[in-house]
Ligand binder design. Structure first.
Ligand SMILES: N[C@@H](CCC(=O)N[C@@H](CS)C(=O)NCC(=O)O)C(=O)O
Length: 215
């Protein structure tokens, strides 16, 4: 059985687990917290980050690399568009999520609101969270709203790795109690709600909410 190394608080681990679920591939989750990781883990993930992945003799690091590997190894259902331009757009939204979105949703919101109080016994930096929600998120939401069409997915209208990466970040925001204003960003709000309801995301949401007490 393949193994995903990491913890369910990570949006990058979530990306890989959603791809595995969409492709109906069983796997084990081996908990690794990315602080002072072991030399063995660093052999799989030289930057010491989660997720890492083992499939027999193959080991891989980085969620985007692991998801691309899974697509080649298990092509159905396809999670990357066939059309060259839509393929590139899906990768762009993956990149956008894994850089711009996570920079705000992760350290400025999810960490302060969920991880710091629950796992580090620190008070919530409410002012910091408020500022990030008021100032940092809106331009990111404006951009996504401008890119969404009527289809299921943001790239080419079909569900893809772009949607998985975006929604993985919104799962962390939702755990932090941060939603999308339906009046200001109606398409984005509908899109996030719909994507989080997919069985692949919903099963993880239940597991995560039980672990964080955010249900
Ligand atoms: N580009 C990497 C990013 C992975 C990442 O930053 N993971 C975080 C947890 S959410 C981590 O391991 N941080 C520890 C560190 O940066 O040392 C991916 O897509 O897998």
């Amino acid at each position: 059985m393949p193994t995903v190394y990491g913890v369910n608080a990570s949006p990058f681990v979530r990306k890989v687990r959603v791809v595995l679920a969409e492709k109906k591939l069983p796997y084990d989750l081996e908990p690794v917290i990315p602080i002072n990781v072991s030399p063995e883990f660093r052999k799989m993930s030289p930057l010491g980050k989660i997720p890492a992945y083992r499939d027999g003799d193959v080991t891989l690091a980085d969620s985007s690399v692991i998801c691309a590997y899974l697509e080649r190894k298990h092509p159905a259902p396809a999670l990357y568009p066939a059309d060259p331009y839509e393929f590139a757009r899906a990768l762009w939204f993956e990149e956008y999520s894994d850089t711009a979105l996570v920079n705000v949703a992760g350290p400025k919101i999810f960490f302060k609101k969920v991880i710091a109080p629950r796992f580090f016994n620190q008070p919530v930096d409410e002012e910091g969270v408020k500022k990030a929600v008021a100032e940092d998120l809106p331009p990111l939401f404006d951009y996504l709203e401008s890119q969404l069409g009527d289809g299921e997915g943001i790239a080419g209208g079909r569900f893809s790795i772009g949607d998985i990466a975006i929604t993985s970040q919104f799962a962390n925001l939702r755990h932090a109690g941060v939603g999308v204003d339906t009046k200001r960003w109606p398409k984005l709000a509908r899109y996030v709600a719909r994507t989080l309801e997919r069985p692949s995301f919903a099963a993880l949401w239940r597991e995560e909410a039980a672990a964080f007490g955010t249900a």
